[in-house]
Design a protein. Structure first.
Lengths: 489, 488, 102
C-alpha cells in the first residue's frame, strides 16, 4: 500500500508529461485525480494504522542492490510508524491543496504539474524509507522538481533563490551521505530498523562528528538559525503552491530526519549535545520572531515566521523525552497545515492585489470577507489560540521541555508572544482599517478550487484543535520507542 | 613451442579472433572508401560495414567467458579481457551509429575515420588484455596514434589540426616518460612479464629501491598523462575542443576506460607488491584530479570543454579505486567505468544530435531546448544528473559503490573529498540544464526531431542510464567476475 | 667490462636533455626531436638492462627494437600534422598556434 502511495504521483507525473501538447489544459485534471488518489491512499494508511502494534507497518521490502563481496546491500524497504503515518497524511492533503491552488497556472502547464507530482513522490519517499541510502535517494530527488518549480514559475529573483535553496541543501546532504556511509560501515547495514535496534558504538571517526554531519543536513532543511537564510528567499520567490509544499512538508523532512535517524541511531551523541540543540532552538525562535516583526512583505513575513515556528520542533526534540518529542512531531503536522493555509491565503490575496507590500493594503476584509476570515483563522491558529491545532502542539512541546531546558522554554513562550504580535499586526494592517479606492474592484474567493483548498485546511486545523486525540495517539505511538531509546541512553 | 627460458608458448590465434575481425574490417573500410568509385559504393556503406565487423567481434568475444588462457604469454584471455572487449566494441558501435550524420558533414576522410575508430578499439582491448609490458606498450600506442590522427580529421576547422599537434607532442612526451619508467621497472624486476615482475618485486628489490620509486613515478606520470589526470591534463580540454565531436566522445569514453583498465591490471598485478611505494602517488593525483577537474569546469562556456573538465573529474574518482586496490574497489571501478561510459555517451550522442541541427557548441546555445526538443533535453538532463551523481541514475549508484569501496579500503578522507566534489559538480551540470529549461529559445523556436539513428542511440543509452541507476546488480556481478581473475 | 652504471648514466642524460628540450623549445619540429632523444635514452636503458641482467631472454632488447620502430612511426605521424598546420598558418611555432587556450 505504501508502495502504491509512493509511486502513484510519479505515475501521474509520467502521464501528465506524456499528454499530447494540444491537450495540455487537461494536465491539471490528471494531476488532481492522481493527487486525490494518493490522498485517499494516505487516509487509508492512517486509518488502518494499528496504534497498538510494535514496529513498522505496511512494510514492503526487497533487496535492491547486492554488492556481493562488498558485504553490504541496499534494500528497497518502506514502512510507517505513527510519526510517518501522520506526515504521510499531511503530504497527501497538502499536495491536493497545492494542485487546487495552481488551477490558474498558464505557462508550461504540463511540466508544472508533472514536477509537482514528482515532488510528492520524492517527499513521500523520504517519509516512508527505512533504508538510509534509499532515504538519501529520495532526499536528493526532491531537489530537482523543487529547483525547477521555483526557478521557472517563481517571481522576483527566482533563479537566485532556487540556486540558493539548492546549494544549501546539497551542501548539507553531501555531509549527510558521508555520515550515512560511516554509520553503514560501522554497523554493516543501512537498514534503519536494524541500526535503531543496535546502534553502532564506534566508527572510523568519532560518532559525534557523524552526528553533526547528519544533523547539518537536517538543520539546514528545518531550518534553524544560522543556516536558515535560504528559506525566506525561496518562499518569497516561489509560486504559491510551491510555498505551500515547502512550508507544509519539505521543512518537515528535516524534523522527520532528526526523529527517525539522528536520535534513535546516535542516542548518546544526541543527549550529549541536547543543550546545544536547545540553545539553537531558542535562538531560532526568538531571532525568527524578531525578524518577522520587521517584514514589510506579506509572504516574507510568513516565511520568517516559519523559522520561528520550526524552532519549536527542535526545542521539543532537545528535551529528549516522550512529551517533548510528541510535541515536536505534532508541531510539524500543525505547522504544515497552518502555514500551508497562510501561504494559500497570501497567494489568493496576491492574485488579486498583485502586490505583497503590507503597507499598500488596507481594509481588504470589506472586499473579500471570506479570505479575510480564513486568514484570521489561520493567523489565530498560528499564534497558538486554544481550540486550534497550533495550541495543542505548542503546549505539548513546552510541557515536555520545561523541565529539561527551562531557559529555552521561556524563550520559546516569549516567541509565542511575539508571534501574536506580528500575526495580529499583519491581519490588522491588511484586512482592517479603512477600505481604499485602489482595492475597490477586488472580488472574494469564489472559484470552487479556491474554496475547496481553504475549507480542507481549515477543517483539519479545527479538528485537530478541538479533538487532538485524532492525531496525538498515533503520533505518541510512533514517538514512544524513539523516546525510550534516547531516554535510556 | 617453447621459448628460450623453457616456457611453453601456445600460438592459438583463435583467441585473438575478435581483434583480427576488427582489424580486417578496418582494412576493408579503408579499401572500400578508396575504391568507392570503382566499386560503385555509397558512403553510407562504410559505417554499416564497421558496425557489422564490430558486432561480429563482440559475439565472438563471448566465446571465452570463464576461460583463463593466454596467447604466447603476451595476451591473456580471461573474464577481465572479455569484460573490456564487450565494453569497447559496444562503445565503438554506439559512437559509429550515433555519429554517422555528423561524419558525413564535418569529416574530411570518412574511410579513415571509421578505420581509426576500429583500430583504436583493438588497441584499447589489448591494453586491458596484455600480460607483458611490451604488448601493453604497443597497445597504448595503437590506441594513441589512432586518436592523434582522428583528432585532426575535422574538415574546415583550424582548431582540429592544432588540437592534434598538441595531443601528439604531449602524448609523445608522456609515452617517453612511461617507457623510461618501464625500462627502470624492467631493470629492477629483470623481466617484462607481469607474473615475473610481481614475483620479483614480492621477493624484494635488493637495494634497487630508488630506481623502482623513480620508475613508479614516471609510470604514474605517463599513465596519468594518458588518462588526463591532474597535473598532466593540460592537453585534454584543447584536444576535446578541437577534435570532431564523435572523437571527443570516443576519447572521453574508450581512451579513458582503457587507461584505467591498464592501470588496474598493472597495479593489482605486477606492481601490487610495491603498493606502499605508489599508493600515496595515486592518492595524490586522485585528489588533484577530482578537485581541479571539477573546480575548473565551473567556469566553462563551451560544452566540449565543460565535458572535458567533467571527465577529468570522473578520472579522479576512478583513480581513487586504484588507490585502494582490492577486489571490492576493483569491481566497483569496473562498474563505475560501465556506468560512466553509458552516461557519458548518452550526453555526447545528444550533444552531437544537437550540433547536427544547430551547429553551436556554446552552452548558452542550449537555451530553450526543453521547448524545441523536450526529448533531447531530457536525455541531456538525465545524463548530466547521472554524471553529477543524482539518485536513481547510473552515476549515483556506481559512484556510491565506488566511494564506499574507497572508504572501506581505509581512504575515508579521499571518499569524503570525492562526495564533496561530486556535489560541486552538480552545480556546473545545472548550468546547462538551466539553459535548457529556464529560458526561452533564441530565434527559431520551432520543434524539431532527431534522425532515426539519433533516436535509437540516445534512447538505448538513456534506458541504460536509468536501468543501471535502478538495478545495477547484473553489471556488478559481471564486474565482480571480471575482477576476480586479477587477484589470485 | 664497462660498468652498467655508465650506460645508465648516458641514457639518463639523454632523457634529461630531451625533456629539457620539450620544455624549452617552441618549434614543433624541435620538440619532436627532443621527444626522440628521450626515446633514445629509453632504448639504451632497455638494451643495457637486457645485456647485464637478463642475458637469457633479452626481452629488453626486443623492447628497444619496438621503441625504435614506434618512435619512427610517431615522427611520421607528427610531421604529417605539423605539415597540415604549416599549410594552414605558415608556422610551426607552438606559441603561434594558439586558437585554443593552451
Amino acid at each position: 500500500m505504501l508502495t502504491v502511495f509512493l509511486f502513484l504521483p510519479a505515475a501521474g507525473a509520467l502521464m501528465v508529461a506524456l499528454l499530447p501538447r494540444e491537450r495540455s489544459h487537461e494536465a491539471k485534471w490528471v494531476a488532481l485525480a492522481f493527487s486525490a488518489l494518493a490522498f485517499l491512499t494516505s487516509i487509508a494508511v492512517f486509518l488502518r494504522f494499528d496504534r497498538d502494534a510494535v514496529g513498522y507497518q505496511f512494510v514492503d521490502r526487497f533487496e535492491w542492490i547486492r554488492a556481493g563481496t562488498a558485504g553490504f546491500s541496499i534494500q528497497y524497504v518502506v514502512g510507517v510508524d505513527g510519526l510517518s503515518a501522520a506526515l504521510v497524511l499531511l503530504l497527501g492533503l497538502l499536495t491536493v491543496v497545492s494542485v487546487l491552488i495552481s488551477w490558474n497556472i498558464e505557462a508550461r502547464t504540463k511540466e508544472y504539474f508533472a514536477y509537482l507530482l514528482l515532488l510528492e513522490t520524492a517527499v513521500a519517499g523520504v517519509f516512508v524509507s527505512l533504508d538510509l541510502i534509499q532515504f538519501f535517494l529520495f532526499w536528493e530527488l526532491e531537489l530537482v522538481p523543487m529547483y525547477l518549480l521555483i526557478s521557472i514559475w517563481g517571481s522576483g529573483r527566482k533563479e537566485y533563490s532556487a540556486m540558493k535553496f539548492l546549494l544549501y541543501t546539497l551542501a548539507g546532504s553531501a555531509f549527510m551521505l558521508v555520515g550515512f556511509l560511516m554509520l553503514g560501515f560501522a554497523a554493516g547495514t543501512f537498514d534503519i530498523a536494524a541500526l535503531t535496534a543496535q546502534p553502532p558504538t564506534e566508527a572510523l571517526v568519532p560518532l559525534s562528528l557523524i552526528f553533526w554531519a547528519i544533523m547539518l543536513a537536517f538543520l539546514v532543511k528545518l531550518p534553524v538559525f544560522p543556516v536558515h537564510t535560504w528559506l525566506p528567499d525561496a518562499h518569497t520567490d516561489a509560486p504559491t503552491a510551491v510555498s505551500v509544499m515547502l512550508a507544509g512538508v519539505l521543512l518537515k523532512m528535516g524534523g522527520y530526519g532528526i526523529l527517525r535517524i539522528a536520535l534513535p541511531i546516535l542516542p548518546n551523541e544526541a543527549r550529549d549535545f541536547r543543550v546545544a540543540l536547545a540553545a539553537l532552538a531558542a535562538v531560532s525562535v526568538i531571532y525568527g520572531a524578531i525578524v518577522t516583526l520587521q517584514q514589510k512583505d506579506l509572504k516574507r513575513l510568513i516565511a520568517y515566521s516559519s523559522v520561528s515556528h520550526m524552532g519549536y520542533v527542535l526545542l521539543g526534540v532537545s528535551a529528549m523525552g516522550a512529551l517533548g518529542l510528541s510535541g515536536a512531531a505534532l508541531q510539524m503536522f500543525t505547522h504544515g497545515a497552518i502555514t500551508g493555509l497562510l501561504f494559500v491565503m497570501v497567494g489568493l490575496v496576491y492574485d488579486r492585489t498583485h502586490t505583497r507590500e503590507i503597507s499598500e493594503m488596507s481594509g481588504l476584509i470589506h472586499r473579500m470577507p471570506l479570505i479575510g476570515t480564513v486568514m484570521l483563522v489561520a493567523g489565530l491558529a498560528s499564534l497558538g489560540l486554544p481550540g486550534m491545532a497550533g495550541f495543542v502542539a505548542e503546549l505539548t512541546t513546552f510541557l515536555g521541555t520545561l523541565e529539561a531546558h527551562p531557559a529555552a522554554t521561556i524563550a520559546g513562550i516569549f516567541g509565542v508572544v511575539l508571534s501574536a504580535g506580528y500575526i495580529l499586526w499583519m491581519v490588522e494592517r491588511v484586512f482592517h482599517g479603512p477600505p481604499t479606492e485602489r482595492w475597490a474592484g477586488l472580488t472574494d474567493a469564489t472559484a470552487w478550487w479556491e474554496r475547496t483548498a481553504m475549507a480542507a485546511l481549515v477543517l483539519v486545523i479545527l479538528a485537530v484543535g478541538i479533538y487532538p486525540a485524532l492525531l496525538t495517539e498515533t503520533i505518541a505511538a510512533g514517538v514512544a520507542p524513539i523516546a525510550q531509546i534516547v531516554g535510556a541512553a | 613451442m617453447r621459448d628460450i627460458l623453457g616456457h611453453s608458448l601456445n600460438f592459438q590465434y583463435e583467441l585473438l579472433l575478435p581483434e583480427i575481425i576488427i582489424a580486417i574490417t578496418a582494412t576493408l573500410v579503408v579499401g572500400a572508401d578508396a575504391f568507392r568509385n570503382e566499386l560503385r559504393l555509397g558512403r553510407r556503406i562504410l559505417p554499416w560495414l564497421s558496425v557489422i565487423g564490430l558486432v561480429a567481434a563482440l559475439v565472438v568475444s563471448l566465446l571465452w567467458i570463464d576461460t583463463q588462457r593466454n596467447f604466447a604469454r603476451l595476451i591473456t584471455i580471461d573474464n577481465y579481457t572479455t569484460f573490456f572487449r564487450v565494453l569497447f566494441t559496444a562503445t565503438a558501435i554506439v559512437v559509429i551509429v550515433g555519429s554517422h550524420e555528423y561524419v558525413e558533414r564535418h569529416i574530411g576522410h570518412i574511410g579513415e575515420f571509421y578505420a581509426l575508430i576500429l583500430l583504436s578499439t583493438v588497441g584499447a582491448i589489448y591494453m586491458a588484455a596484455a600480460r607483458d609490458l611490451l604488448t601493453a606498450y604497443v597497445a597504448i600506442e595503437v590506441l594513441s596514434f589512432s586518436l592523434y590522427v582522428a583528432v585532426s580529421l575535422a574538415r574546415n576547422d583550424p582548431r582540429s589540426g592544432e588540437a592534434a599537434l598538441k595531443y601528439t607532442l604531449l602524448g609523445g612526451v608522456a609515452s617517453a616518460m612511461l617507457l623510461y619508467g618501464l625500462s627502470l621497472l624492467y631493470g629492477v624486476a629483470g623481466s617484462t612479464q607481469y607474473t615475473e615482475i610481481s614475483g620479483a618485486l614480492a621477493a624484494g628489490t635488493g637495494g634497487m629501491t630508488l630506481p623502482l620509486i623513480l620508475g613508479l613515478v614516471l609510470i604514474v606520470a605517463g599513465l596519468g598523462f594518458k588518462a588526463s589526470a591532474v597535473p598532466f591534463h593540460m592537453y585534454t580540454p584543447d584536444a576535446y575542443e578541437g577534435a570532431p565531436l564523435p572523437i571527443t566522445a570516443y576519447i572521453s569514453a574508450t581512451s579513458k576506460a582503457a587507461v584505467l583498465a591498464l592501470f588496474l591490471r598493472w597495479f593489482s598485478g605486477p606492481l601490487l607488491p610495491a603498493l606502499p611505494d605508489w599508493q600515496w602517488m595515486v592518492a595524490l593525483i586522485a585528489v588533484l584530479t577530482m578537485g581541479l577537474g571539477n573546480l575548473v569546469a565551473l567556469q566553462q562556456r563551451n560544452i566540449k570543454r565543460l565535458l572535458a573538465y567533467s571527465s577529468i573529474g570522473q578520472v579522479g574518482y576512478m583513480l581513487m579505486a586504484i588507490t585502494t586496490v582490492s577486489v571490492v574497489s576493483a569491481s566497483a571501478l569496473l562498474l563505475h567505468i560501465g556506468g560512466y561510459l553509458v552516461t557519458n555517451l548518452a550526453v555526447f550522442m545528444a550533444v552531437i544530435a544537437f550540433y547536427n541541427r544547430t551547429g553551436t557548441e556554446e552552452i548558452s546555445g542550449f537555451r530553450g531546448l526543453a521547448q524545441t526538443n523536450p526529448y533531447l533535453a531530457l536525455v541531456i538532463t538525465a545524463g548530466m544528473f547521472s554524471l553529477g551523481g543524482m539518485p536513481l541514475l547510473a552515476g549515483f549508484l556506481t559512484k556510491f559503490i565506488l566511494f564506499t569501496a574507497a572508504a572501506d579500503g581505509g581512504f575515508l578522507w579521499l571518499a569524503t573529498f570525492a562526495v564533496i566534489m561530486s556535489t560541486v559538480s552538480l552545480y556546473y551540470y545545472l548550468q546547462v540544464i538551466k539553459q535548457m529549461y529556464l529560458y526561452q529559445p533564441d530565434g527559431d523556436a520551432r520543434r524539431w526531431r532527431l534522425s532515426p539513428t539519433g533516436y535509437l542511440t540516445t534512447a538505448v543509452l538513456l534506458a541504460g542510464t536509468v536501468v543501471l541507476g535502478v538495478y545495477a546488480t547484473p553489471l556488478y556481478t559481471l564486474a565482480d567476475r571480471a575482477t576476480r581473475v586479477l587477484f589470485v | 667490462m664497462i660498468p652498467m652504471e655508465n650506460f645508465l648514466l648516458l641514457s639518463a642524460v639523454l632523457f634529461a636533455i630531451g625533456f629539457y628540450g620539450v620544455l624549452a623549445r617552441r618549434s614543433a619540429i624541435l620538440i619532436l626531436i627532443s621527444v626522440e632523444l628521450m626515446l633514445a635514452g629509453v632504448a639504451i636503458n632497455f638494451v643495457t638492462f637486457a645485456t647485464y641482467l637478463d642475458s637469457q631472454a633479452f626481452s629488453g632488447a626486443i623492447f628497444a627494437l619496438f621503441v625504435i620502430t614506434v618512435a619512427a612511426a610517431e615522427v611520421g605521424l607528427a610531421l604529417g600534422i605539423v605539415l597540415r598546420i604549416f599549410r594552414e598558418r605558415q608556422t610551426a611555432n607552438v606559441d603561434e598556434v594558439d586558437t585554443l587556450k593552451w
